[in-house]
Write a protein that binds this ligand. Structure first.
Ligand code: GDP
Length: 147
């Protein structure tokens, strides 16, 4: 069983899409273990997107991710990391397939709705970054043993 980190980005909060994106995750039988609204500080954005710091569009990412609160979610399930990336779709919503979250809700790369960890190593680091070992809850569901 894997746990992964999802961020519902500012456009998702602003557009009132939190519920619709959460529904996609729940419909897939993924388990929500942690859920919180928070503001990303410039320091947190710099840390999270460190690998993009030298890109010309980094200032755009900085103002995007700090303009409105985000929702951080810890989600678990069988193969959750790859499964959530599949639900999320390609980075650019114009290339994301219909049926994916970015494909259905996004229009441009400047507002691509959601972040999802891309590997087990990243998920571990990112869950610590956003939850710091707190506010993640383990619980059983009636059907967990068949998943
Ligand atoms: P992801 O794992 O699919 O989110 O993609 P990346 O790790 O490559 O990029 C991280 C985030 O940086 C993306 O989700 C976008 O929000 C942003 N980003 C990446 N490329 C661009 C770009 O060309 N322009 C802008 N404005 N943002 C970008």
């Amino acid at each position: 069983m894997e746990t992964t980190l999802i961020l519902l980005k500012p456009d998702t909060v602003e557009r009132g899409l939190i519920g619709q994106v959460l529904t996609r995750l729940e419909q897939k039988w993924l388990k929500i273990n942690g859920l919180k609204m928070m503001e990303m500080t410039p320091e947190l954005v710099s840390e999270h997107y460190d690998f993009l710091a030298d890109k010309p569009f980094f200032p755009k990412i900085m103002s995007y991710m700090t303009r409105t609160p985000i929702v951080a979610i810890a989600v678990s399930g069988a193969n959750a990391i790859a499964t959530v990336r599949m639900l999320t779709g390609a980075t650019n919503p114009q290339e994301a397939l219909p049926g994916s979250i970015r494909g259905d809700f996004g229009l441009t790369i400047d507002g691509n709705i959601i972040h999802a960890s891309d590997s087990a190593e990243t998920a571990e680091v990112e869950l610590k970054r956003f939850f710091g070992g707190k506010d993640i809850y383990e619980y059983a569901r009636g059907f967990d043993d068949v998943l």
